[in-house]
Design a protein around this ligand. Structure first.
Ligand code: GLA
Length: 731
């Protein structure tokens, strides 16, 4: 039993593999948070409750205090919270704000009942973690029909708690939600740093660390997508916690639209963490008898530092989020034509690209942007999902047959959510493109976005794409998304429901994914968003791997892949070897370096392979073999980040199999520094008592020795060099 309820103290204990999460129903029927951290006993934890300070706090509404107890601090403001609500004395960040038809914005959501379900129910219309024992706590407003169900899911073999809230209108009159976050919980002090992942196009997921302070630390997206700017992830690391040691709490939202995550340093000395759907430009009308499901927030805890938290997420997402048909399976090894040709290709050129890698072990040819409609540049064609036979004279069939004839699989690029102004689709349905009355549309990347909040628009996309997939033998799809919403407004929706747009857009994306991705289980789908601008857990539920960044420069990739690995497993990061000078940074790095950095995730190639010589092919054949030999280890093992490229000259990632029998360390040095003493590379995660053969050193050494002493950083004397070490247990 992962979830237990103590009838006497009214305490819920949620036990994961190494964690306990506990809260209780207090004397006011308020769900009061008690503890989240390392596994503890099921003791009555109410002894840790504080009376709060003597300050001018609001008391519980309607309460009449005996004269001599006026100083008691019973107040919604001082209870460590599972869900903060507004208007009744709690001045912290509210997780929810509901307004009734009289404009009253006061809530008191209190415990009514609970149930423990052996299996988690799916969220209607949204992806979420699968399985896991689930607690549902039913809260009801004391004075109106507003209700809320708090969902908690725990796994006996994972160190995460998946949380969400469902807001219900159980009354007879409409309510309007002005804020509807997914969760709240409290930490008992403020000795934390907030860790977030920020970025932009081609520079995704850099790590930021901000000391916790009084007031609200907040990150968000207003882009109707999770975005490269701030990932829907927030960690609170205890002061002094490192990559390897100390308490770290993570919050990762399974959501792909505008979000917010907040950590509030409250005046009582505690920290309140909350978030979910961004309430900026948001409202949701709840008619009687309806509900709003909020996205899942996955909370993680580790006392093994930031690295430990990452391993919690990697294990949980590989096991319970990423489609289990693919999660840890060998991935297609692709040649993608984008940087090799951009829009300039014809059938002969594509065949030559495929021929160039035939027999190397690259097993999938992916035809990128430009095969459809009239699409010779970014100006036209999006939305017209029929083949451009001027470019591809034999249609798709000719090139697909050729690729299949070489023993390779065939992949195709789509950007389903978009439409070009110059397209048959836009000419036929100009109102299907998102836009507000009386305002011009932003022509970001020379394209518009389709209004996925409308069913007829989604139906068109589903039919058009499924037709291509049905009529052609397609094995792989790259699903791109290259701009963000502007002028959000939807034809036909009442004015008071227009601020539902951003969340309805996410529901539209998920509906497309259900009807295209999940309806074609024989096809492997890769996610993409102008590089990694929609790299979030919700997308991972559909796309087992996501294009990590348009920047394939090895130096930049060390930072991007390092940052991404804070939350996301290596199996989720598509990594390509591309040409030099690199198209984004103009930097020249060795093929060995580009290859070994790309080998830290599902690998592919993206260059003009039609010019490959036999020697090139031999080199690729060897590198494909090297990758396949460590692929299962990368996807299933434990990740240890050994050197942070954002803090120094070195990068290091080490992966060790769960049984500790195998390990691999990829290290990188940015620049050669004259007369520098060779550094020592850290080794982590091995079994101390096991002996490992390290082929690169031709030595057998004990795990404790390797981890204690490290390895010599004898890089080739040049800039941008890699070293890879393998560790093979001998007993
Ligand atoms: C985005 C993707 C690229 C490529 C182009 C095509 O930028 O990230 O990989 O598919 O679109 O237009």
């Amino acid at each position: 039993m992962a979830i237990t309820f103590d009838q006497v103290s009214k305490t819920f204990y949620l036990d994961g593999k190494n964690i306990t999460y506990a809260f209780f129903i207090n004397e006011w029927n308020y769900a009061e948070h008690l503890y989240f951290g390392k596994t503890i006993g099921h003791d009555d934890l109410r002894f840790i409750r504080s009376m709060g300070g003597l300050s001018a706090l609001a008391v519980i509404p309607g309460e009449i205090r005996p004269r001599d107890t006026w100083w008691r601090m019973d107040s919604y403001h001082v209870f460590p919270s599972e869900l903060t609500f507004y208007g009744s004395g709690d001045y912290r960040e509210s997780a929810v704000l509901a307004e009734d038809i009289q404009g009253v914005r006061v809530s008191e959501l209190l415990y009514v009942s609970h149930e423990i379900l052996p299996e988690k129910p799916a969220i209607c219309g949204m992806p979420s973690m699968k399985g896991g024992e689930t607690l549902v706590v039913h809260l009801q407003d004391k004075y109106n029909g507003f209700g809320c169900d708090l969902y908690y899911t725990v796994y006996e073999d994972a160190d995460v708690v998946a949380r969400r809230a469902v807001y219900r209108n159980n009354g007879a009159e409409p309510l309007t939600l002005r804020r509807a976050y997914s969760f709240a919980f409290s930490l008992m002090d403020q000795e934390y740093d907030c860790i977030t992942l920020h970025g932009t196009w081609a520079r995704e997921r850099r790590i930021d660390k901000t000391p916790m302070h009084h007031g609200v630390f907040s990150i968000d997206s207003k882009r109707t997508t999770s975005s490269a700017v701030l990932n829907p992830f927030l960690a609170l690391a205890r002061k002094g916690a490192t990559e390897e040691h100390g308490d770290v709490y993570g919050v990762s939202l399974v959501y792909s639209s505008s979000f917010v995550l907040k950590a509030e340093g409250v005046n009582d000395g505690r920290t309140l963490i909350t978030g979910g759907i961004n309430d900026f430009d948001f409202s949701w009308k709840l008619e009687p008898g309806t509900c709003l499901e909020t996205p899942e927030a996955v909370l993680a805890y580790s006392n093994e530092g930031v690295g430990g938290m990452s391993r919690c997420y990697h294990d949980a997402y590989r096991r319970y989020l990423i489609n289990d048909r693919f999660a840890d399976q060998p991935r297609p090894l692709v040649i993608n034509n984008w940087e090799g040709t951009y829009f300039k290709f014809n059938t002969e050129k594509l065949k030559a690209l495929a021929d160039g890698v035939a027999g190397t072990g690259i097993d999938t040819f992916v035809l990128d942007d430009g095969w459809f409609g009239v699409r010779n540049d970014e100006y036209s064609g999006l939305g017209d999902w029929f083949v451009n036979t001027q470019k591809l004279e034999g249609g798709l069939k000719d090139i697909i047959d050729h690729v299949h004839g070489l023993g390779m699989r065939f992949g195709l690029w789509f950007e389903p959510e978009m439409v070009s102004e110059d397209s048959d689709l836009f000419r036929a349905h100009p109102d299907w493109a998102i836009g507000a009355p009386g305002r011009p549309r932003c022509r970001t990347r020379l394209q518009f976005m389709l209004d996925l909040t409308r069913k007829e628009v989604r139906d068109y996309i589903v039919d058009a794409i499924n037709k291509v997939l049905r009529e052609n033998e397609i094995d792989y799809v790259k699903w791109d998304y290259n701009r963000n919403v502007t002028e959000s407004w939807s034809v036909g929706r009442e004015p008071e429901r227009q601020a539902e747009f951003a969340h309805r857009y996410a529901l539209g994306v998920y509906d497309l994914c259900e009807r295209i991705v999940n309806a074609n289980p024989h096809i492997f789908f890769e996610g993409c968003a102008g590089g990694g601008a929609r790299f979030d857990p919700a997308m991972l539920a559909y796309f087992p791997q996501i294009w990590t960044s348009d920047d394939t420069d090895a130096e930049e990739r060390t930072k991007i892949q390092y940052g991404t690995s804070l939350v996301y497993p290596l199996s989720s990061m598509s990594c390509h070897v591309s040409a030099v000078p690199n198209h984004q940074t103009k930097r020249i790095t060795d093929l060995k370096t580009r290859t070994e950095i790309a080998h830290l995730g599902p690998t592919g190639y993206e260059l003009d392979s039609s010019t490959f010589t036999d020697a090139d092919r031999e080199e690729i054949r060897n590198s494909v073999q090297a990758f396949r030999s460590i692929e299962a280890l990368l996807y299933q093992g434990d990740l240890y980040r050994t050197e942070n490229p954002m803090e120094g000259n070195y990068f290091g990632l080490m992966v060790v199999s769960k049984d500790k029998k195998q390990g691999v360390l990829t290290a990188y040095r940015r620049t050669l520094i004259a007369n520098e003493d060779p550094a020592v590379l850290k080794v982590r995660g091995l079994a101390p008592e096991k002996k490992y053969y390290v082929p690169e050193l031709e030595l057998t050494l004990q795990g404790s020795t390797l981890m204690g002493v490290g390895l010599p950083a004898k890089f080739k004397p040049a800039d941008f060099q890699t070293l890879v070490f393998h560790f093979l247990a001998q007993d």
